[in-house]
Design a protein around this ligand. Structure first.
Ligand SMILES: *Cc1c(COP(=O)(O)O)cnc(C)c1O
Length: 466
């Protein structure tokens, strides 16, 4: 045992060698928190993107043996790099799938960072995992999944689809189904990540002919009927909210057929899953309660920061049997406490950030009604935009929006017209709107997600096409 004197010496020695990278630096904390406060207070968030011209210069000479003053590095980031990123949480960002994290979620993301919160196993992170599971349960309940359902948060919809389809493949294999060439049914409208996942997993698609761009139970039945080896089909992927047009497949019909044929029923609700909260569109999701697995991305329409996708399984034990990693040093996380839930056992990942906690905090703070109202607001904005388009003589609505994506044409325009207009719109900081393709034709696409996007902004955008 050390004498008090020696202990004091040992401690002072310890403090003397402390690495400055790990010493609390009040000035740096003030500097970074001040920047964060300023960002959080932006109302509305500007679109930004001043171009990429200054980026090279801003980065020049930064990686040196001796480093730089944090003030200088942050200045370069703020002045030249941050403005070279389009702010996807601006209410004027209407391309791809935007983002709109709540203030509570953004703040709690800083807590996750400052506390180095991981959520790999129950042994190490029970508190974080239990909270994440509470948030997952909210989504599972809305979907109508049974009490035993569960899963984890992964980095994105792509990781979620891949992880779920791996479980689908191996569960079929264990049951002796699918033969040597298992296939997965979907339509060409399924997200690109579904195709990539099948490729990674060595699975072939059975491409079902969509009915008015929707996968239906009847279409799936017909495709299986016409197929020479329908027994090879082990799973079906339906989309609840296609990314390009926001369309929801016939989940009830597909789900019922999947049950009858013992197909794994995966629902990709990466973008559209938020609709489960909405009184205006919830009925389109009838049938999702039959899913064997499904994904919904909180970093899209559930107002969480990147990167966060919820992956849920009806029977988590099937996922555990596929995803659990087996290694000597990991044995301890699978022994003992039987109630332990290891998120690492439910997807293709091991170490993971406790990325579900910002959503959890935000849900707990604001309540689920606030989510319902915010999502309803977005659906109403999309419907309002569709009305404005129908009223404008120079425009043509492609179809009524099912969720919050609106496709429309500017009469007489070809692709280069849309592109030039889109670039002008961003340069003028009016909106970030990119063209897409619909039935082999260029069209404009508005993806609504931010509850603060106003119809006046939409009017401004539509008028700019006159
Ligand atoms: C966005 C999206 C994905 C992919 O999700 P990421 O988080 O970008 O990986 C998959 N499916 C659908 C329907 C999507 O909208």
């Amino acid at each position: 045992m050390l004498a008090e004197q020696d202990l004091g010496r040992a401690l002072s020695h310890h403090r003397a060698v402390i690495n400055p990278m790990f010493a609390y630096d009040e000035a740096m904390a003030d500097l970074v928190f001040a920047y964060c406060r300023q960002r959080l207070a932006l109302d509305p968030v500007p679109l930004d993107f001043g171009g990429s011209a200054a980026i090279g210069e801003a980065l020049e000479g930064l990686m040196t043996p001796d480093g730089h003053d944090a003030v200088e590095v942050l200045r370069r980031f703020e002045e030249h790099l941050a403005v070279g990123v389009v702010s996807c949480d601006s209410p004027r960002f209407l391309s791809f799938i935007p983002a709109a994290p709540t203030k509570a979620a953004l703040l709690f993301d800083m807590v996750v960072s400052c506390s180095s919160l991981q959520g790999t196993s129950w042994l190490e992170a029970a508190g974080a995992v239990a909270a994440e599971n509470q948030a997952l349960r909210v989504i599972a309940d809305l979907a109508g999944l049974p009490q035993g359902a569960g899963g984890c948060f992964v980095a994105g919809g792509t990781a979620g689809n891949l992880s779920a389809l791996l479980v689908a493949r191996d569960t079929a294999r264990r049951a002796g189904r699918g033969g040597g060439r298992p296939r997965v049914a979907c339509t060409p409208e399924a997200h690109s990540s579904v195709g990539r996942s099948l490729h990674v997993l060595g699975l072939e698609p059975l491409l079902v002919k969509a009915v008015d761009h929707h996968l239906t139970g009847d279409a799936l039945a017909a495709a299986l009927e016409a197929d020479e080896r329908p027994e090879e089909v082990v799973a079906v992927v339906a989309t609840a909210g296609t990314t390009n047009a926001g369309l929801v497949d016939d989940l009830a019909g597909v789900g019922a057929l999947a049950r009858a044929r013992s197909l794994w029923f995966h629902v990709d609700a990466a973008y559209g899953g938020a609709g489960l909260f909405s009184s205006l569109v919830r009925d389109k999701f009838t049938g999702i309660e039959q899913a064997d697995s499904f994904i919904a991305d909180p970093h899209k329409w559930l107002f969480a920061p990147f990167d966060c996708a919820a992956l849920l399984y009806r029977e988590p034990r099937l996922a555990r049997a596929v995803h659990t990693q087996d290694a000597a040093y990991l044995d301890v996380i699978h022994e003992g406490d039987a109630s332990g839930w290891n998120p690492s056992d439910y997807a293709l990942h091991l170490t993971r950030r406790a990325r579900g906690l910002p959503l959890w905090f935000s849900l707990a703070v604001y309540g689920t009604d606030a989510y319902r109202d915010a999502i309803d607001t977005v659906v109403r904005t999309a419907r309002g935009a569709a009305r404005l388009i129908e009223e404008a003589p120079h425009l043509e609505l492609v179809r009524a929006p099912e969720l919050s994506v609106v496709l429309y044409r500017r009469k007489g325009w070809a692709r280069p017209d849309y592109e030039a207009w889109s670039a002008r719109l961003l340069a003028d900081q009016i909106g970030f709107v990119l063209p897409t393709t619909w039935e082999d034709e260029p069209v404009a696409r508005l993806a609504f997600l931010h509850p603060d996007t106003e119809l006046d902004t939409v009017r401004e955008i539509l008028d700019s096409m006159a």
